[in-house]
Design a binder for this molecule. Structure first.
Ligand code: BEZ
Ligand code: FE
Length: 303
């Protein structure tokens, strides 16, 4: 005590900050900000956070902003690597039995992929073993096929990269949108995806290294499936034979999303037109839950 004045107690600081939000017009924004402050302050108190440590935290946040641009989204990477993306996804979705499960969007989604015909290739350059991906989109409750649903897909190639990461790749390489036929069927020629490390040359990568974690994700194809009157599904189809299924760097594997890429020979009579040499096939039906559609935006890119 100096001059009879008590030092400000930490709890008093928390109370003052909470009070500062009392006038927020939006009750929801007030709730979110106050809860965030309560938990941030509790984190600092519980861990006895030092000034040096918080300075390092701010440096990591600053580096996150500096490395983020229209091709690189380090904020999403933090959310994914800390499991928050999957946590928020789990809070948002309680799908009915039989509905295809959701998983993370990830930082490589680009809206506005070209609409392609049934059975078309999404690879615009050689990128690995062709994979015939086919299935039906159905109503998860009554099993009826959904005609005119949109299946929006993107994936990496055998160089591990998504087109947005690869300056050599054509703009629409390894992505496309497909509309289901009257019987709910869709099909396209993909390539067998490959495991890959999440970008680890920035602050998230530093955190992974410092904590002894690896950056790898198991092989998968991304999908957003949309149909009027159904909950928009953001998901992946994982290669059930991939490495890293047990230790995905972003915690996004769900057992129901594992599928077999069946190897097929060049002389297989079922070989679809346009595929040459050895190939593989992947059957993946998608069941959508009735409900409200959602617009999936891309927070990473401003264009
Ligand atoms: C992806 O699957 O594209 C991805 C998801 C989370 C972090 C990085 C990449
Ligand atoms: Fe991915």
């Amino acid at each position: 005590m100096q001059n009879g004045i008590e030092p400000v107690a930490p709890a008093e600081i928390t109370a003052n900050v909470l009070e500062s939000f009392a006038g927020a017009d939006s009750a929801r924004l007030r709730e979110l900000m106050q809860s965030l402050v309560v938990h941030l302050h509790a984190f600092a108190a519980e861990t006895g956070l030092t000034q040096e440590e918080w300075q390092a935290g701010i440096a990591a946040l600053t580096a996150t902003g500096q490395i983020t641009d229209e091709r690189r989204q380090e904020f999403i990477l933090w959310s994914d690597a800390l499991g928050l993306s999957m946590f928020v996804d789990a809070l948002a979705h309680r799908p009915p039995a039989g509905a295809t499960e959701s998983t993370v969007l990830g930082p490589f989604y680009v809206p506005g992929s070209p609409l392609r015909d049934y059975g078309a290739r999404i690879a615009e350059a050689d990128s690995g073993t062709p994979a015939w991906v086919y299935g039906r989109v159905v109503d998860a409750v009554n099993g009826h096929p959904l005609a005119g649903a949109e299946v929006d897909v993107w994936q990496n190639g055998d160089n591990r990269l998504y087109a947005v990461q690869d300056p050599q790749a054509p703009e629409h390489h390894l992505r496309g949108r497909f509309r289901t036929r009257d019987d709910g069927a869709f099909a396209f020629v993909a390539v067998r995806p490959t495991p890959y490390p999440i970008p680890d040359d920035g602050p998230v990568g530093q955190m992974l290294k410092a904590t002894g974690r690896h950056p790898w994700r198991p092989a998968h194809i991304h999908m957003i499936v949309r149909a009027a009157g159904y909950v928009t599904l953001v998901t992946h189809i994982f290669d059930r034979d991939s490495d890293y299924l047990e230790s995905d760097a972003v915690f996004a594997v769900k057992p129901s999303l594992l599928r077999a890429f069946e190897p097929r020979a060049a002389d297989d009579p079922a070989r679809p037109a346009g595929i040459e040499g050895d190939w593989c096939s992947l059957e993946c039906d998608i069941a959508l839950a009735p409900g409200l559609e959602r617009t999936v935006t891309d927070p990473g890119r401003t264009a």
